[in-house]
Design a binder for this molecule. Structure first.
Ligand code: HEC
Ligand code: HEC
Length: 350
């Protein structure tokens, strides 16, 4: 071993000793590992992506859908694609309080991620769409969002040889029509999956994948007497696909009745769909109106039992959480981030 190598080694040993000493002083060990996952924890394993009978994924469909998802030529003025708002670099959302549509129109609700929507059974904050296929045309047809003129859009797609080829390969025998556009986009969205976070790896048996603190946060998350989060953010995708009023206050004049607009049951006034929490670290600000900036803001919201309690769910109440419990909960949520951070942006057919 050369002198230089020796001194480097010594430096490393010193850093190691210092770290250990610092940890001992804080009363924790750097080597405190999380306990192993139990059979019960396996409920969180996400199965294969469900495929609808009439639109089973093929590589050709996914590639066509990817191009359409990123193509601003589908919007009324050529400036907006799905990816403008569902930006892969921003957790497939937009980093904004609420969405911003065509010509800078500020929308009433936050842009949800498309991550793991493949596993959903209801779509939009109020669940007004029943499938990804059903959802896909909505933003194009909405005047405040993409303001697509479908006559023009279909003519555009039919006039581009690259698109003609892609459609023919993806949906042989079917025309280039609204329906095939929607199906291709949905097939692409079903590939936007987060299932390999450190938490997922821990559940799958890699005991060292999460820290003791993250594991403690997971206990707070599950415990009905502590965080009580799991009643709604249920396995395997951290959602019960249900609607709840969690006590979010609205500014005067900005009330949003949520699910009640779709189904007139009193309990649904101000109720919104439970979102997944996978990749949650990447998609702030949070809630349907973007009023929570950080994950700690979210935890504080729940800890105080919400703000507007006029129609709040019985499962949202003041929580007995100390500062450490809150930090642990946030750490746990940050262990839910998968590795798929961005998508290759396709070369658009010309
Ligand atoms: C101007 C920004 C914007 C554009 C462009 C946009 N979206 Fe959205 N998207 C939103 C907002 C906001 C919502 C939630 C609206 C609501 O719930 O009322 C949403 C909801 C969704 C959802 C439902 C997610 C869930 O968890 O239920 C999907 C899927 C989706 N969009 C896909 C698309 C696709 C596909 C396109 C392109 C065809 C697109 N979006 C274009 C802003 C946008
Ligand atoms: C009564 C059901 C319920 C309980 C209990 C609950 N949640 Fe939620 N959670 C929801 C719903 C519904 C939303 C969306 C509400 C909205 O925006 O109006 C939500 C939103 C969130 C969001 C923001 C998601 C996003 O994409 O904006 C986070 C983070 C979150 N919850 C974490 C937690 C944690 C942590 C706990 C436990 C301390 C918890 N939740 C308890 C139902 C619940």
């Amino acid at each position: 071993m050369s002198l230089i190598e020796k001194s480097r080694l010594m430096a490393r040993v010193r850093v190691g000793v210092l770290t250990l000493a610092a940890c001992a002083a804080m009363g924790v060990s750097a080597f405190d590992a999380a306990p192993k996952a139990t059979a019960d924890d396996k409920h969180w394993l996400l199965g294969p992506v469900p495929q609808p009978q009439d639109n089973v994924s093929t590589p050709e469909r996914v590639e066509l859908g990817r191009a359409l998802f990123f193509d601003p030529r589908l919007s009324g003025n050529g400036t907006l694609s799905c990816a403008t708002c569902h930006n892969p670099a921003l957790g497939w959302s937009d980093g904004l309080k609420t969405g911003v549509g065509i010509n800078g129109t500020v929308l009433g609700r936050a842009t949800p991620t498309v991550v793991n929507t493949a596993y959903n059974t209801q779509f939009m904050w109020d669940g007004r769409k029943k499938s990804l296929e059903d959802q896909a045309l909505g933003p194009m047809k909405t005047p405040e969002e993409m303001k697509t003129d479908f006559g023009n859009a279909l003519t555009m797609l039919q006039s581009i040889p690259g698109y003609r080829e892609k459609f023919a390969r993806a949906y042989p025998g079917e025309p280039i029509a609204e329906e095939t556009v929607a199906k291709a986009i949905a097939a692409f969205e079903r590939t936007v999956v987060s299932n390999d976070s450190r938490f997922d790896r821990w559940v799958a048996g890699d005991a060292g994948a999460i820290t003791l603190q993250e594991w403690r946060g997971y206990q707070v998350f599950k415990d009905p007497a502590k965080g009580n989060c799991m009643v709604c953010h249920a396995p395997p995708n951290f959602t019960d696909n249900g609607y709840h009023n969690i006590g979010i206050a609205h500014a005067k004049g900005a009330e949003d009745l949520g699910r009640f607009n779709i189904r007139k049951a009193a309990v649904l006034k101000g109720a919104f769909k439970t979102p997944t929490l996978r990749d949650i670290e990447l998609t702030g600000p949070y809630f349907h109106n973007g009023t929570a900036v950080t994950l700690m803001d979210v935890v504080d919201h729940y800890a105080r039992g919400g703000d507007d309690r006029s129609n709040v769910s019985k499962d949202v109440r003041t929580l007995e959480l100390n500062q450490q419990d809150k930090l642990d909960l946030v750490a746990f949520m940050k262990a839910l981030t998968g590795s798929q951070r961005s998508a290759s942006i396709p070369a658009l057919p010309q």
